[in-house]
Design a protein around this ligand. Sequence first.
Ligand code: FES
Length: 201
Amino acid sequence: MNSESLSLFSPHLAARFDALAARYTVKRSALVPMLLYAQDEIGYISDAVVVEVAQRVGVTELEVRNVATYYSMLRFRPVGRYHVQVCTNISCMLRGANEIYERFQQELGVASGVVTADGLFSLEEVECIGACSWAPAIQVNYDFHDELTPWLVAGILAGYREKAWAPGDGSSSPGWEAGVPGDGASSPGPQADAEGKGRNA
Ligand code: FES
């Protein structure tokens, strides 16, 4: 499949896949970055994503699923426009992560794995996101928020609500029907912020 074939993905992403596949001597090496890019555009790894990525990389759908299920940053169901991941692993837990997680549940009215009724947020309790030195930390799409306290939670959410309704919203979570896919913050894949946090997010 190339960028001119019928594709689930945008022409821009299809062309990006073609370039990726050409870059690797072994085409299947492009699998994980392709899945990350696909997730950024579609919102999650749907069955259709698995099928098309398998065709593009030249592996079976089962092989795609076997790889995809290994990586916790790849998800298999839709999330909110802003996906809030609260780390409750040891460093964060010792510095109050459980209270922060509870506050997010109260503010959003949802439990882990659930999307809010308006589709704006989803919440997930996660393992270490690589920001232990700044614990407790959370990740919202590709943004990190660290050294948190429970009373900062409402303000963080308010900031994203404001952003959601701003013209030309800079959401970094494509796949949400009213979202604007792609912006400066939406480079797919695990990425560190300016201070090098989140290396294993
Ligand atoms: S334990 Fe929370 S970021 Fe590492």
